[in-house]
Design a protein around this ligand. Structure first.
Ligand code: PXP
Length: 244
């Protein structure tokens, strides 16, 4: 069965809406650590957190706190010297290398591993030397899959944003085919495959039916949104039931 990695960034979105810049004297809520505890209790297999260069969501202190939990911690990050240094310091179980654009609301495109090969391969080598597994967040393009394998990543994470945005059965089928092809190539090259972005309670089943051997689905916005209505425990359990 595929696993659920709960992306916890939007818990930080809510906190930062009120407490941006507050670093002491209060216990700003909601706490990512407490939310992660609820999610793990409900069965989430891991926690994903994006430490952005501008710290608009998660803060360094969140990553340090989340690291104390006994769960798989996946830190999303841009491929910069500062982030590589911080990953070596905070020691997540894995990092997911993502493109980062300060103007974007959320991660929009996939990482251009082919176009930034040297930088990504060097970061990957350094992280892996320190025992951190590396994933590259890419669109389902075969060239990017090959480049990720050549760069030495352990995983790719297939960007499901275009799948989630399809409006017709035909475009969805075409997008799914791209994912199946990328998945097959990745596996043949010895990579493990995660997926995420834009997955929600009504589109996750169709995706998994087509690509059932995805290792981890990293899902955030839909689960955190549903948690507003039903609580995080139930929101996580409902997503896990769909994945099953
Ligand atoms: N995977 C990656 C690499 C992401 O950057 C994000 C968040 O943008 C997600 C998964 C989760 O996406 P969503 O919040 O749409 O579920």
């Amino acid at each position: 069965m595929s696993k659920l990695g709960l992306n916890i960034d939007h818990v930080a979105t809510v906190r930062q809406a009120r407490y941006r810049g507050v670093t002491h004297g209060l216990a700003p809520e909601p706490s990512l650590y407490t939310a992660a505890q609820y999610a793990i209790k409900a069965g989430a297999h891991g926690i994903t957190v994006h430490l952005r260069e501008d710290r608009r969501h998660a803060q360094d202190s969140d990553v340090i706190a989340l690291r104390r939990l006994k769960t798989n911690l996946n830190m999303e990050m841009a491929v910069t010297p500062e982030m590589v240094r911080l990953a070596l310091k905070y020691k997540p179980d894995e990092v997911c290398l993502v493109p980062e654009n300060r103007a974007e609301v959320t991660t929009e495109g996939g990482l251009d591993v082919k176009g930034n090969f040297k930088r990504i391969a060097a970061a990957t080598t350094k992280l892996r030397e320190h025992g951190i597994a590396v994933s590259a967040f890419i669109t389902p393009d075969l060239d990017q899959v090959r480049a990720s394998a050549d760069a030495g990543t352990n995983y790719i994470e297939l960007h499901t944003g275009a799948y989630a945005n399809t409006e017709t059965a035909r475009s969805r089928a075409a997008e799914i085919k791209r994912h199946v092809n990328a998945f097959d190539l990745a596996v043949s090259l010895g990579l493990r495959v995660n997926a995420g972005h834009g997955l929600h309670y009504t589109n996750v089943k169709e995706y998994l039916r087509a690509v059932p051997e995805i290792d981890v689905l990293n899902i955030g916005h839909s689960v955190i949104s549903r948690a507003i209505y039903v609580g995080l425990d139930k929101a996580v359990r409902e997503m896990l039931a769909l994945i099953q």
